[in-house]
Design a protein around this ligand. Structure first.
Ligand code: 5GP
Ligand code: ZN
Length: 122
């Protein structure tokens, strides 16, 4: 754990967040500045900076993290079926637009239109 890291502090319950899911390894909570009707952040509780730091030793927990995504999306307001769905985003590094240096998945969905930040590039 990094003591200075915002998402480590949320994972330790040192600062509050709108938590929607938690287990031994992961936590999901509402983005403080949502870009769509549903905008969750899913993090591993242990500190790892980004997908750029993933190695072969990380594949088991990363698979479990991926497995949580559709369940979290559909139990928190994303619409089911072909008309619904969700977007999964992992900003990585400075040029990837990552502001918080603790790996997180954005799970974004709900009725459109969404904020331009969540829309695909033109
Ligand atoms: P990034 O740009 O690193 O991919 O995304 C960071 C996200 O964290 C942003 O969407 C931002 O709104 C969100 N965020 C920043 N600070 C906080 C906070 O203190 N609490 C919560 N819940 N979300 C935060
Ligand atoms: Zn951290």
């Amino acid at each position: 754990m990094s003591h200075d890291c915002l998402f480590c502090k949320i994972a330790r319950h040192d600062i509050p967040a709108g938590i929607v899911y938690e287990d031994d390894e992961f936590m999901a909570f509402h983005d403080i500045n949502p870009a769509a009707p549903v905008h969750l952040l899913l993090i591993p509780k242990h500190h790892i900076e980004s997908l750029a730091d993933i190695g072969a030793q990380d594949l088991d927990w990363l698979g479990r993290m991926m497995h949580l995504v559709p369940n979290l999306a559909y139990t928190n307001g994303c619409n089911p079926g072909p008309e619904g769905g969700f977007r999964l985003v992992a900003n990585t590094g400075i040029e990837g637009g990552q502001e918080i240096a603790h790996l997180h998945f954005h799970i974004i969905g709900g009725a459109r239109p969404w904020d331009k930040r969540a829309a695909p590039a033109a």
